[in-house]
Design a protein around this ligand. Sequence first.
Ligand code: SAM
Length: 329
Amino acid sequence: MKFYVEILGTLPEMAVAEVNALAELGKGTVLDKDYLLVSGEIENMKIFERLGMAHEFGILLFSSENPDEIIDYVKSFPWKNVINGTFAVRRERMKNCTHEIEGLDKLIGGIIHSQGLKVNLSRPDVVVRVYCGENLWLGIRIREFKGKEFENRKADRRPFSRPIALPPRIARAMVNLTRATRELLDPFMGTGGMLIEAGLMGLRVYGLDIREDMVEGAKLNLEYYGVKDYTVKVGDATRIKEAFPGKTFEAIATDPPYGSSTTLPMKRDELYRRALESMYEVLDGYLAIAFPADFDAVSVAENIGFKVIEEFYQRVHSSLERYFYVMRI
Ligand SMILES: C[S@@+](CC[C@H](N)C(=O)[O-])C[C@H]1O[C@@H](n2cnc3c(N)ncnc32)[C@H](O)[C@@H]1O
């Protein structure tokens, strides 16, 4: 089946990589990208329910650079087979749109309506999507990700809150970049943001933090969001084996402290190197990790034995630039 995902514009390369990682899990592949629209083929589209850095995903019906071809397709398509109830056509003009699409949604709506289907603009059962970029794209929305869903899990909305947590959409994308299907470890879990996202995806989650208050707080947060399948402990990310003797992990996603913490038992770069060594010992798959831009993560990680697969740059503010890395053993 063909799919489309409309990604967020904030970290587009990372968002495409997230779609790629999930497509891999759903036995599919990304085939095309037109500004913020990513498309491809997949066997199991349900996997995209896990997406973090996306506005929506759906079934891709047709694409063309010629508006007349879109109209011909709409005329010949058996809409009654896919629309159960009412519908609305919604169009999206992306920044790179090169076509005149004024009125295209109404025209398409009129054709579908003429097949005997009822329009409901405010609360349709099915949304037919038209995107304009370099090409025109026609699809049926399966799921929209409203900002509100993620905002409810932002750092300041958690029962135990510290201003150290990544935005939930980014935490979720990091979990997805690990391609985890069963379990996930965060050895610098803090308030548990990464574990909340992974737990809500149905993964069994494991966490460590060197501070007891963080561990108690992370438990509170996990319970609050309904995550039950977790093990969190006080422990040192540079000695993971000691905290989980004999255990290996399918995936690790983590966001180590950026250096100002007073709890660091060693210098920042040494902490990073030793934590990477410790993760390498227990990992059996992918690692997604964030580091400040002034840390030479690639050479340190490759010296340990990791293969660095992808990296994504983000300027958070004037004094924080970071990279997100995807690595594997
Ligand atoms: C940037 S925060 C992680 C934020 C987290 N993603 C969240 O959602 O809150 C880094 C965490 O690492 C913890 N930490 C610092 N040194 C550590 C170590 N050696 N082992 C384990 N945790 C450590 C800190 O206590 C802090 O909670």
